[in-house]
Design a protein. Structure first.
Lengths: 135, 279
């Protein structure tokens, strides 16, 4: 029993990221409103960012900025892994940019159909196709 | 759809939880992610690039290609927003956008000007948004006072990225936020007057050009693309310091591109493509 508790506690970062990621995935699949889908996509992105940053952590280490030590070998275990930080640094800004594109398309869809509910948009497209078929 | 969605989510979550059992524990210094290239970056960053902040040196030097195309992605996102809403998407909006509201400042009377109508040439009339509220003095003043300090901090974050947490991406976002704060606290038109759309688009392209141009300059000087060693004879420094300066030039390019793209996206989205009335 204690073993299980220890594994659960030692890997809590994974449980947090899995929960967040599944929340985002569910919102993307099941929500009807397009803005809610976009919010779900952002939660998904944030979960992945948390995951990456959390695997860069080392215990008893500090941020990856070298202290002034000349001529000594660098103690790698004393600094966090810089690689996940680098990848996520760019991913955050790119995430904001893709959010902008998604919102731009949402505005276009709203202008066209005057609604952001997915089922209403699909119904409108279907009626239009039927009318086209009759002609 | 909800049941299928729930089923997929529970299944994927179950697999992920099952896989997490094999993952290294939190804070493990010997986890696979920290074993291969990351020690190399940490050990050589001061020696090869003279940049103590390993994140900055990896972003702009060791993984310079990656960052260059990330910058291009951001620029492309700005261009896509522009084309989707502003260049191609204005047909359906034309009718509602032709009515304008003006406010006579002295009397507080609001005048509605229909399509094609003109108001008398006078500085007493002030253009207002459809959803206009009288400007709040406290918010307006505080935001106007804060903008220069936000910008100063943004410049600091870009320039001091070598020695402290920071760099082009973070500083660029802070600089962009300063203009967006101004646009929110007053209105979009006065922000656009200070930072016009043409400047914005040109700056976004300039930022990407500075990055790619630095790489191409290294190529012209006979080294690999983005190998800042090559800049040593131009900058009159030794090769290690040339890398440090090369990283700085590139970070400035990233900062400019990110700043103007953030403002561009905000302006286009907030005004639904009109560049006229916003939040």
């Amino acid at each position: 029993m204690e073993d299980i508790v220890q594994t659960v506690v030692a890997k809590y970062n994974y449980w947090i990221y899995i929960t967040l990621m599944m929340l985002g995935l569910y919102a993307m699949i099941a929500k009807n409103n397009l803005i809610k889908k976009i919010v779900g996509m952002n939660i998904f992105q944030t979960a992945i960012i948390l995951f990456y940053v959390s695997i860069g952590v080392k215990k008893n280490a500090t941020i990856p900025i070298m202290q002034e030590v000349h001529g000594h070998a660098v103690n790698v275990a004393a600094y966090h892994n810089p690689l996940p930080h680098v990848l996520m640094l760019t991913a955050i800004v790119v995430g904001v940019a893709t959010l902008g594109v998604a919102l731009a398309f949402a505005i276009r869809i709203y202008n066209q159909y005057k609604t952001l509910e997915e089922d209403e948009i699909l119904a409108q497209i279907r009626t239009r196709e039927e009318q086209m078929g009759k002609i | 759809m909800k049941i299928i969605g729930l089923f997929i989510v529970v299944l994927t979550g179950g697999f992920l939880i099952y896989a997490a059992a094999d993952f290294p524990a939190w804070g493990d210094p010997n986890s696979p992610a920290s074993l291969h290239v990351s020690p190399y970056y940490l050990e050589t960053t001061v020696e090869l690039t003279h940049v103590p902040n390993a994140v900055t040196s990896v972003v702009a030097d060791y993984r310079g290609y990656d960052t260059m195309f990330e910058t291009t992605v951001i620029f492309t996102a700005g261009v896509v927003c522009f084309f989707v809403l502003r260049a191609l998407g204005r047909k359906g909006l034309r009718e509602e956008s032709q009515e304008r509201l003006y406010r006579h400042v002295l009397t507080g009377v609001t005048v509605r000007v229909k399509a094609g109508g003109k108001i008398p040439e006078s500085s007493d009339f002030q253009r207002i948004d459809v959803s206009w509220t009288p400007p709040d003095l406290i918010i307006k003043t505080i935001c106007r006072l804060l903008v220069p300090f936000i910008q100063l901090f943004g410049l600091y974050v870009i320039c001091f990225g070598h020695y402290s947490p920071g760099g082009g991406f973070q500083g660029g976002v802070i600089l962009g936020a300063s203009i967006i704060v101004y646009a929110i606290s007053t209105d979009l038109r006065s922000a656009v007057q200070r930072f016009r759309e043409k400047t914005d688009a040109l700056l976004a392209a300039t930022g990407v050009f500075i990055y790619a141009g630095t790489g191409a300059l290294c190529l012209l000087l006979g080294f690999n693309f983005l190998d800042y060693h090559a800049l040593a004879p131009i900058l009159f420094v030794d090769r290690v310091m040339a890398r440090s300066h090369g990283i700085f030039i590139v970070e400035v390019g990233v900062g400019i591109a990110v700043m103007s793209t953030m403002i561009w996206i905000y302006n286009v989205l907030a005004s639904r493509g009109h560049y006229d009335e916003g939040l």
